[in-house]
Write a protein that binds this ligand. Structure first.
Ligand code: NDP
Length: 343
């Protein structure tokens, strides 16, 4: 191990962060000043220029103990910025003081101070070198949501999904994960059906490449245990009863990538889609998977799976916009990708 390049306990500096604290059972976020010396121990101190908003951040900010056990806490499961201190040897070219990196998932923003603050200190094993040609803002335009959308598509491809087999449904299509999934699938030439509860997002979804838009009623609970096959494959970002309805409508041999829970964690299904049509339910985790698996998806997103519309249309907010934006996630009213820009 190389000599520590600095001692954060001696060289701490103040920074701004959006911290959530609990008072009388209510959770409220506000901007405060902290010192880097107060950040948890770790290998890499990063000056965060951008973060990205995710449903999980909204859960953390609202006091959900399944995400964050202890408050006060700075959420932000995504972060991108510049390495300012490094206390471990790092593979050449991957990390170095002054290099740009991105971090998604693991414990960032859950029980470790996250990207809604101007600095984070994390293990080197969580960091990925900024892909060539990307800025921190581009990386955070995708963030965990983009990574998850990429993983959902990747799993479908592994199972043999290909354009020309039929329509591919995306539920929660206007959301952060759903909107990127719509665009990746469209870029790859799939016939994408966006399922969305937001009629006003129709034009945006068509711009992202959706060929058809259906309301959430397409996945309304029905008594029949099986329905006419409507989709070759699907990406489900909502879970719950809508996922069960989706499974009933997938054609023989098709697959559904499942990553979300906004409509509930219960899955009220029967075994029939699996044993009568050979439908595959594919679990997707973007948080704890090995860094190399994340890297493989970033490589796709920086290359052939790049989403120009998502990059162009992402909303950029400052810390003062966090409270409202996170509330919209919990109400199911958020749409598209939202980037937090510090500074
Ligand atoms: P968003 O809130 O941006 O998107 C969710 C979308 O689902 C909403 O925009 C809305 O889209 C739809 N929706 C919301 N509430 C309901 C409801 N009650 N019933 C049906 N549809 C609903 O969240 P994200 O895209 O950031 O995350 C989506 C899900 O994926 C979350 O559960 C999140 O925790 C999970 N996730 C999981 C990851 C993993 O690693 N497995 C990583 C990242 C996210 P519309 O109005 O268009 O229908």
């Amino acid at each position: 191990m190389s000599e520590s390049q600095s001692n954060p306990q001696q060289n701490g500096q103040t920074y701004q962060t959006w911290q959530v604290s609990e008072q009388d059972g209510q959770y409220r976020g506000r901007e405060i000043t902290l010192n880097t010396a107060d950040l948890p121990a770790g290998d890499v101190l990063i000056r965060v220029s951008h973060s990205s908003l995710n449903y999980k951040d909204a859960l953390s900010a609202s006091g959900n103990k399944g995400v964050t056990r202890h408050f006060p806490h700075t959420p932000g499961i995504d972060a991108a910025g510049e390495v300012v201190e490094l206390t471990v040897d790092a593979p050449a070219g991957v990390l170095g003081v002054g290099s740009q990196v991105l971090v998604t998932g693991y414990d960032l923003g859950m029980n470790s101070a996250g990207g809604f603050g101007e600095y984070i200190r994390v293990p080197a094993a969580w960091c990925i070198a900024m892909p060539e040609g990307w800025t921190a803002k581009t990386a955070m335009t995708y963030g965990t949501a983009g990574l998850t959308a990429g993983l959902c598509v990747h799993k479908l491809l592994i199972m043999g999904a290909a354009p020309g087999q039929g329509k591919v449904a995306v539920s929660g299509a206007s959301g952060a994960v759903g909107s990127v999934a719509v665009e990746i699938l469209s870029v790859l030439g799939f016939d994408v059906v966006a399922i969305s509860g937001k009629a006003e997002q129709e034009d945006t979804l068509r711009t992202l490449g959706a060929a058809e838009i259906l309301g959430r009623d397409a996945l309304e609970a029905q008594k029949k245990p099986m329905l006419k096959p409507a989709f070759a494959n699907a990406v489900d970002t909502v879970g719950g009863a809508p996922l069960a309805e989706l499974l009933k409508q997938v054609q023989p041999g098709g697959s559904v990538s499942c990553c979300g829970l906004v409509a509930g964690i219960e899955l009220p299904t029967t075994v029939l889609p699996f044993i009568l049509r050979g439908v595959n339910l594919l679990g997707v985790d973007s948080v704890e998977i090995p860094l190399a698996d994340k890297q493989a998806i970033w490589n796709k997103l920086v290359g052939p799976w790049g989403c120009p519309q998502t990059e162009k249309s992402a909303k950029v907010i400052g810390r003062s916009g966090l409270a409202n934006a996170l509330e919209a996630f919990l109400a199911g009213k958020s749409s598209g990708k939202i980037v937090l820009e510090h500074g």
